[in-house]
Structures are given as C-alpha cells and as structure tokens.
Design a protein around this ligand. Structure first.
Ligand code: PEP
Length: 252
C-alpha cells in the first residue's frame, strides 16, 4: 500500500512575508489530513521562514531545485547540504527548469545523486512537450528520461524517490491530461521501466504523481487511477484548493 503524496510547487511566487501568510492560511486544513504525505515547496529564499512555521507540523518542506556540488564557485546556486538544514524534499528536473534553464537528463541525474547523498527525498519530474506528444513520441521521451535520470542509482536509494509525470502541455495551462491516459503513460513509461531497472519490489512501492492543472474539482479522477499516487500541484497549491486536493488524495 503506497501512502498518497501531494506536493505544492509555489514556483517563483510569494515574497517571504507572503509565503508565511500562505502557509498559515493552509496549515490547519492540511494538518487535519493525516493519511497523506503533504509537502510545500516555496522559493529558496522563503524556505527557512516556512520551515520555521512548520517545525512541529506534519507538513513537509521542499525546495524547487538543488545543485549537484556540495559547495564551490557556483554563483547563485544552492547545494543539497544547504537545503537539508531547512527542508527534507526537493523537486528535480521540473519542465520549467528543463525548458528555461537548460536542464538535461544528465544534470537531473547529477542533482538526484546529490539529493540522495544528503538524505533529501527527491521528486523527479518527467514529461513530454506538446510537440513530442503530437508526434506520438510520448512513450519514448518519458521512458528515456527515466532511464537516463535514474542511471547509477541503487535499489535502496530508490526507496525514498518520488516521480512526477507532468506532461509539459498540461502545466499551468488549464488543459489537464485525462486521467486514464495519464495512468497509462505512468504505467508504461515509468513503472515498467523502473521495474526493468530495479525490480518488481521497487517498482510496486514507487510513488508516482500526476502533475498538470490539478484542481480540487478534478483531483479525484487522478487519484482513483491504480498507478497514480498523488499530485504535484502548481497554481492550485497557492490557494485553499490545495487542501481539497490533499483531502481527495486521502479519500481514494
Ligand atoms: C507544476 O508546477 O508542476 C504544475 C503542475 O503546475 P500547475 O498545477 O499549475 O499546472
């Protein structure tokens, strides 16, 4: 039985003051949901403040990226040991990082290894673009992202990993991928390749999220699917709707 998992990606939204106000608005509602692992991922600069407010809370905190070196001449970057002082989770390979900041499967793999070494729980994002989807390349693209992204990871490290399938064309567009299709892509391009790489136990225990325009009103459709264990939520995680999404995850 996989514990449902819901993560909120606040992207580049909210000043530190606003981030504190947002978590105080969501905290009580989220804490009542005891059977779902719930995580919020504010911008780096707000992570200490949010983490401080959640010190005794069941709600976890994550960052939206991490560098692969522990320290050094990498201006503007944040390393995994730095993250670990304030957070236990990290999003890796989000499509906005891949599209706007040149991330590749290789850098995803490096970041993943650094996160695991520091004891962070990685939420690794994969997904095809609209062009790739329309060209019928979804299965090849996503399964390659999985194979390349997870090269050199051990079976025991895989136990803490979470994967998010996020079709790029569904992120922030209001055009969600239908639930049956998302489940099929997840099964064929994530769960089955992971089984081939790491065995049936790792594959059946791996938590796989759907991400892309999830809202309180459509969340249940996704969580009712056998291979979808939760959601990575962008826009709706900045609103009380996030509580309804987490509730829906706990009810399925
Ligand atoms: C995301 O940021 O990962 C995401 C899925 O965004 P949205 O829910 O807004 O589509």
């Amino acid at each position: 039985m996989r514990t449902p998992f819901v993560a909120g990606n606040w992207k580049m939204n909210k000043t530190s003051t606003e981030a504190k106000a947002l978590i105080l608005e969501l905290k009580d509602g989220l804490e009542k949901i005891t059977n779902v692992e719930i995580v919020v991922c504010p911008p780096f600069i707000s992570v200490p403040a949010v983490s401080n407010l959640l010190e005794t809370s069941s709600i976890g905190v994550g960052t939206q990226n991490v560098h692969w070196e522990d320290n050094g001449a990498y201006t503007g970057e944040i390393s995994a040991p730095m993250v670990k002082e304030f957070a236990n989770y990290v999003i890796i390979g989000h499509s906005e990082r891949r599209t706007y900041f040149g991330e590749t499967d290789e850098t995803v793999n490096l970041r993943l290894k650094a996160a695991l070494k520091a004891g962070l729980i990685p939420i690794v994002c994969v997904g095809e673009t609209l062009e790739e989807n329309e060209a019928g390349k979804t299965f090849d693209i996503v399964s390659n992202q999985i194979r390349n992204g997870f090269t050199g990871i051990t079976e025991s490290e895989m136990k803490s990993v979470v994967v998010a399938y996020e079709p790029v064309w569904a992120i922030g567009t209001g055009k969600a991928c239908d639930a049956e299709t998302a489940n099929e892509v997840i099964l064929k391009t994530i769960r089955e390749p992971i089984q081939a790489m790491f065995g049936a136990d790792v594959s059946s225990e791996l938590r796989i999220l759907y991400g892309g325009s999830v809202k309180g009103s459509n969340a249940k459709e996704y969580f009712s699917q056998p291979d979808i264990d939760g959601a990575l939520v962008g826009g709706a995680s900045l609103k009380p709707d996030f509580i309804d999404i987490a509730k829906a995850a706990g009810a399925c």
